[in-house]
Structures are given as structure tokens and as C-alpha cells.
Design a protein around this ligand. Structure first.
Ligand code: HPA
Ligand code: ZN
Length: 336
């Protein structure tokens, strides 16, 4: 099953590019840029990656980004992820970036997006991986700051497909960004949002009804609300679930408690993703393997999850069709 999962064609739809910065690259960049990090070495960094909740993780995650200063740094980080994704048979990736984490440190929006974009284009040519970029607003910051970030993002509209909402969820409900999302949709950005990771099901309703979210990042707490489950099933609004993230951040105590299989069995459009792979102990394949083993997922479940990853993407219908055809061929060529 492991080998079968590893080579299965798939898309990744919930990935923070800053969350792919491995300690080795973090230190290499710090050395190159002549800066001192808050950690004394790679081992110390890895030891710090024991989190009690989302905020505990975010505090360390934002510290790690201090190594990123120049366009080449953003290129190298993005290229490293795409190389890994290619090796894991990811054919398409929809990647979030947090401009405010960098602009608030004096790194320009242009520096960030130019480095990321150049790597995406190189991977498109070299690895045949297609991709989309999602500009994510930091929800612990103000509406005004989000508007400013959107304004900068609008200058790079041709490189950015969607807007997202991440960072500290509880206490920062979707409603706070209703007007920003209205503006973003008017500008032609597709709306997605983190909701129902640590926050309640009410935040998922908010993301759907106040932000117009076309996809919910995480959304695992939807299970607490029967009406919401019915809505998600009927509309097939996808959930981008991140199993290793959820156990590392104690949303579920152990993988056996994860509700992914229940949501899938209820007919929701569930997908598997890595969120912040450098911090949570695995890229997308390790996430598939962890849930397959803990929840005893069948080949049919795996097919559905991989198929959902293409269906839930922002690719064009004909592009989705071509990828699903590859998935079908993979299952046909590798009988149980
Ligand atoms: N949740 C909220 N914010 C984030 C996450 C997450 O899982 N990863 C990176 N920023
Ligand atoms: Zn996330």
C-alpha cells in the first residue's frame, strides 16, 4: 500500500510555502545572509517542533521565516518544495504564501512573489508540475492591513489565483475579513479560507456565507454540525484536510481519532494535504500513509481522495479531466 500511495498521481491544495522551509535550508540561508537565528542549530530547531496547539506552532513558524530576505531565498525554498513534490508524484500544487510575514520585516512584496513565481515557472518546465498561488491574509492582523496586502497583490494578479486566510483562528472569525474578501472577489481572486481547524463549526459557516469560500482549509470541526455536513455534501465544497498537522497541533490526540474517514464516508469532498511539511513530520505522501494505516483506508478511499484532489483544484475542467485519466490508468495498471 505504501509504495502504491507513493506513486499515485495526486494534487496538493493546502500548503504554506513558508511551512516547507526545512531547518537545513533555514540555516544555509541564515549563513548566506549573515544573520543569526533564534536557534543554535538544526538539532535544536527539530527539538523545538513539539507543539501544544496552533499558536505554539505559529510562534516558531514565524521565527523561522527570518532567514528569508532575498528573492533567491524565496526561489530556493519554493524550488526545494517542488522538487520534493515532484518526487512524491504531485502533478499539481496550489500554494499559499503569507506576504505580511515578510513585508512586516521590511522584505518587499515584489521580492517574495518574484522568487516564488520564478520557481513555479521552472518547475512547470522541468518537472511538468502545474501550480496556482494563493495569497493568504494573516487573520491576527487588522482588516486595514489585509486591504493593503490585497492592493499589493492586485498588481501581480496574473500570478495569483486566489486569496486565503490563515494564522490564529480562534478570536479572529471570518466576518472580520468580509469586506476584504468582497473586494478580492470583485478583483477576480478566488476565495478560500482556513476554518474549523481549532475554531468552531460557526467559523465554517462564516467562511461560506460571509467570505464566499469555494474551499475550506481544514474544516474538520464540521463534524460537530449536522446541517453544515449536509451543506458541504450538497455543494461538494472541498475540505483540504491535513492529518499530520492536526495531530501535531493536537486537534486530534492521535491519528486513530481523526475524522477524515467519517467525512469521506458521509460523501464530503475531502482531500489530503501536508500544510507545513517541514514542521509536521511529513510531506503529502506521509500524510496519505499515516491516515491509510491509522484509519484502514481502502484502495477505493485512496482513489476517491486523489480524485477529489484534482476535482477540488482550480484547474480548468479539461485539465482536471486529463489528470483524472492518469489516475484511472494508474489504478488500472496496478490491480490489487
Ligand atoms: N493554520 C493556520 N495558519 C497557518 C497554518 C495552519 O494550519 N499553517 C500555516 N499558517
Ligand atoms: Zn494551513
Amino acid at each position: 500500500m505504501r509504495d502504491f500511495i507513493e506513486k499515485m498521481p495526486k494534487a496538493e491544495l493546502h500548503l504554506h510555502i513558508e511551512g516547507t522551509l526545512e531547518p537545513e535550508l533555514m540555516f544555509a540561508l541564515a549563513r548566506r545572509n549573515n544573520i543569526t537565528l533564534a536557534f543554535n542549530g538544526i538539532e535544536e530547531v527539530r527539538k523545538a517542533y513539539q507543539f501544544s496547539d496552533l499558536q505554539d506552532f505559529l510562534d516558531i513558524y514565524y521565527l523561522g521565516t527570518n532567514a528569508l530576505l532575498f528573492e533567491q531565498d524565496f526561489y530556493d525554498m519554493t524550488w526545494a518544495y517542488l522538487t520534493k513534490a515532484h518526487a512524491q508524484h504531485v502533478h499539481h500544487a496550489e500554494i499559499m504564501f503569507d506576504p505580511q510575514t515578510h513585508t512586516d520585516r521590511g522584505v518587499s512584496f515584489e521580492t517574495v512573489i518574484t522568487g516564488i513565481h520564478r520557481a513555479l515557472e521552472d518547475a512547470r518546465k522541468k518537472h511538468k508540475i502545474t501550480s496556482k498561488l494563493i495569497l493568504s491574509f494573516l487573520r491576527h492582523l487588522s482588516e486595514e492591513a489585509a486591504f493593503k496586502t490585497l492592493e499589493e497583490g492586485a498588481k501581480y494578479k496574473k500570478w495569483i489565483a486566489a486569496v486565503g486566510l490563515d494564522s490564529s483562528e480562534v478570536g479572529n472569525p471570518p466576518e472580520k475579513f468580509q469586506r476584504v474578501y468582497q473586494k478580492a472577489r470583485d478583483l477576480g481572486f478566488l476565495p478560500v479560507a482556513h476554518a474549523g481547524e481549532e475554531g468552531p463549526a460557526a467559523y465554517i459557516w462564516g467562511a461560506l456565507d460571509k467570505l464566499g469560500a469555494m474551499r475550506i482549509d481544514h474544516g474538520v470541526r464540521s463534524i460537530e454540525d449536522e446541517k453544515l455536513i449536509a451543506r458541504l455534501k450538497e455543494t461538494q465544497i472541498p475540505l483540504t484536510v491535513c492529518p499530520l498537522s492536526n495531530t501535531k497541533l493536537r486537534v486530534f490526540d492521535k491519528m486513530e481519532d481523526h475524522d477524515l474517514k467519517k467525512l469521506l464516508d458521509m460523501g464530503l469532498c475531502v482531500t489530503v494535504n501536508s500544510d507545513d511539511p517541514a514542521y509536521f513530520g511529513g510531506y503529502v505522501n506521509e500524510n496519505y500513509i499515516a491516515v491509510q494505516e491509522a484509519l484502514d483506508l481502502s484502495r477505493d478511499d485512496l482513489y476517491q481522495l486523489a480524485r477529489n484532489s484534482f476535482e477540488a483544484s482550480f484547474l480548468k475542467p479539461e485539465e482536471k479531466k486529463a489528470l483524472i485519466k492518469e489516475l484511472d490508468a494508474y489504478f488500472a495498471d496496478n490491480p490489487a
